[in-house]
Design a protein around this ligand. Structure first.
Ligand SMILES: [Mg+2]
Length: 181
């Protein structure tokens, strides 16, 4: 089995994290437009050293059900597949201190359907979990054999237009995965 987990708003409380960044580096607030712009700006501050996260600092932003899920699962079956500015994403993921719970962490700036296609072959069945309908749609289009799970904790992103299994927590995801084996 391969479970490809999105990071932001799937296992990581991005909205609370953004508020935390505004406190840490108030100048980020002056430039807020779209979230993509904010992320690009935060990425530049990661690169120039103005914004830095210590090991473990961002663990507080994992949703409360994430560690129990990860502790139950074999790391060999789990990967993070995260989209966005790689330096920012890397510093976020690494600061949560959970990298050793995964067989790999994949950073991509492409639609995830395309990114998954490049990772194949992967142990079957393959399950993809994301809150972003655009990413779920791209997986349906590019790698239809991959099972799609729509994480509906926070409905900030567009809904998928394709069939997905909806879940609202890691407990629900765990139950879905349990039914596969
Ligand atoms: Mg997400």
């Amino acid at each position: 089995m391969t479970v490809l987990l999105d990071f932001d708003r799937t296992i990581f409380d991005t909205d609370t994290f953004i508020d935390y960044c505004f406190k840490k580096l108030p100048s980020l607030k002056d430039h807020i437009g779209e979230e993509l712009e904010l992320a690009a700006l935060a990425n530049s501050h990661i690169l120039n050293g103005n914004l830095r996260f210590e090991p473990g600092e961002l663990r507080q932003f994992l949703y409360p059900d994430v560690m129990a899920f990860l502790e139950k699962r074999n790391p060999q079956d789990l990967a993070i597949l995260t989209w966005g500015n790689e330096d920012l994403q890397r510093s976020k993921v690494e600061s949560t201190g959970i990298v050793d719970r995964f067989s790999r962490v994949v950073y991509t700036s492409e639609l995830k359907g395309h990114a998954i296609k490049k990772l194949l072959p992967l142990p079957q069945p393959i399950v993809f979990v994301d809150d972003d309908g655009m990413q779920l749609d791209s997986v349906a289009a590019e790698v239809p054999e991959v099972m799609r799970v729509w994480m509906r904790r926070v409905l900030v992103r567009a809904a998928p237009t394709v069939d997905c299994t909806p879940v609202e927590s890691m407990e629900e995801l765990d139950a879905f995965l349990g039914n596969l084996s």
